[in-house]
Design a protein around this ligand. Structure first.
Ligand code: SDX
Length: 429
């Protein structure tokens, strides 16, 4: 990649900063030496213009609505791949051969069980605890049970921890769900595929035969693929920052789960479905559109807008198609929430405000309708997002740990607080 330079005139001096070219996408201006040369920081609180790292995993073009994982378009991966194949791609950088895929599937499948003692963790939570609170707690506790894969300097332990995380998240998510609804835990089964096993752990009960619907299992695989990784989003940046201090991978993933929970991020799928339910019918849409435009109203259309996509989120299109497939397979003809969603999307895409602000549906807009149709309560939606995103977090964490130039992340600030002043005894205040 060719490099060039940029000139910065500041404080009476002219600085030459190197400009680096990626394989595709915006160039970057390397400002690492800026503070040393000028005594000034750059200022970019939401990191809207900041590249925090170099990465080879995922590329997004927000204007063209492009999402590539190791160069493969998300549309092709969602169409042709299964989730563990995408996991292999994100972790190792290339699509697996048949032998590599069989070995990877075998390794993940044989790590799906959770240490039996961890099931007692769940009983410490109230039954009505939000499943994300349970997932945060249980994942953070994994490091207390799997000490043999917490030494991040050991490549073998890094890979074992990665496989364990990918393998155990469905089990933990299903146990959080079963605990939430007061049903007994269902153990993973090695004869089922990744998504089918997850659906079985969630929806089978000991008192009768349960056969996973292959169409729904395929849809679940595709939903996991769509959520697998997304460049340096808020939760991935959280995982990278936590990992930069040398924290163990389980603790870093727990930090990512906590960040994902926010309604501006992964919590939007739950918030979007709740919003559709609040709107309730097509004739109430204008009222909510007006609220979304009202500067004095904090209400936002959940499932709309994106920091990077200023065009359609390519995942939303595939998710919409999956929604129709799932509803069709389940014989759900007229879902009022879907009617509201389709009409809301149509109105928003022609409304001046949304066009000017480049607000399009994102992945969270349709996922909630699909997950509800599959039988999940809204409180489980972000748990499923975290389950799928774990492979992205782990792949990005591994890339960061294995970067020879990596150092602890330590941003600075623009300080606008009080300058030095002397302590005043309380009697004199
Ligand atoms: C995810 O980063 C990722 O990659 C995330 C993600 C991933 O896979 O990891 O893609 C997953 O988090 C998707 C986003 C899910 N969030 C939501 O659907 C919540 C609703 N969306 C908004 O909160 C918002 O759009 C964000 C947070 C997603 C993005 O916000 P930005 O880019 O910081 O934009 P902004 O908040 O500065 O908004 C720009 C303008 C503002 O108006 P002005 O101040 O310029 O007048 O657009 C308006 C906002 O008020 N706006 C909205 C809106 N989103 C932005 N107005 C109404 N409804 C909305 N949804």
């Amino acid at each position: 990649m060719t490099d060039s330079t940029a000139k910065l005139v500041y404080g009476g001096q002219e600085l030459e900063l190197s400009v680096r070219e990626g394989s595709v996408g915006p160039q970057v201006i390397d400002i690492a030496s800026l503070y040393g040369k000028t005594g000034a920081f750059t200022y970019d609180p939401g990191f809207t213009s900041t590249a925090s790292c170099e990465s080879k995993i995922t590329y997004i073009d927000g204007d063209k609505g492009v999402l590539l994982h190791r160069g493969y378009p998300i549309e092709q991966l969602a169409e042709h791949g299964d989730f563990l194949e995408v996991c292999y791609l994100l972790l190792y950088g290339d699509l697996p051969t048949k032998t590599q895929k069989d070995d990877f599937d075998h390794r993940v499948t044989h790590h799906t069980m959770l240490h039996e003692q961890m099931s007692r963790f769940f009983t410490g939570f109230r039954r009505d605890a939000h499943p994300m609170a349970v997932m945060c707690g249980v994942v953070g506790a994994l490091s207390a049970f799997y000490h043999d894969s917490t030494d991040i300097s050991d490549p073998h332990q890094r890979m074992v921890a990665s496989i364990r995380m990918i393998a155990k998240m469905p089990t933990i998510a299903a146990m959080a769900y079963k605990y939430h609804i007061g049903q007994p835990f269902v153990y993973p089964r090695n004869d089922l595929g990744y998504a089918a096993d997850f659906l079985n752990m969630c929806f089978s009960v000991p008192c009768e035969e349960y056969n996973v619907n292959p169409v729904l299992a395929r849809a679940m695989e595709r939903i996991f693929i769509l959520h697998a990784d997304h460049e340096q989003n808020a939760s991935t940046s959280t995982v990278r920052l936590a990992g930069s201090s040398g924290a163990n991978p389980f603790a870093c993933i727990a930090a990512g789960i906590a960040c994902l929970w926010g309604p501006a991020h992964g919590g939007a799928n739950e918030a979007a479905l709740n919003m559709l339910a609040e709107i309730g019918s097509v004739d109430r849409i204008p009222e909510f559109i007006d609220r979304a435009k009202d500067k004095n109203d904090p209400f936002r259309l959940m499932g709309f807008g994106h920091r990077v996509y200023k065009n359609y989120d390519p995942r939303a299109k595939i998710m919409q198609k999956t929604t129709h497939e799932v509803l069709g397979e389940l014989g759900i003809k007229d879902d009022p929430l879907l009617d509201v969603a389709m009409e809301l999307e149509k109105i928003a895409l022609t409304d001046e405000y949304f066009i000017e602000k480049k607000l399009y549906p994102n992945i969270d807009f349709y996922s909630g309708i699909t997950l509800k149709a599959l039988g999940f309560p809204t409180t489980m939606f972000t748990v499923l997002f975290a389950l799928a995103r774990t492979v992205g977090w782990i792949a990005q964490w591994k890339e960061m740990v294995e970067d020879p130039h990596q150092k602890i992340g330590r941003p600075r600030q623009l300080y606008t607080g009080a300058t030095t002043r002397d302590y005043v005894p309380i009697a004199k205040r």
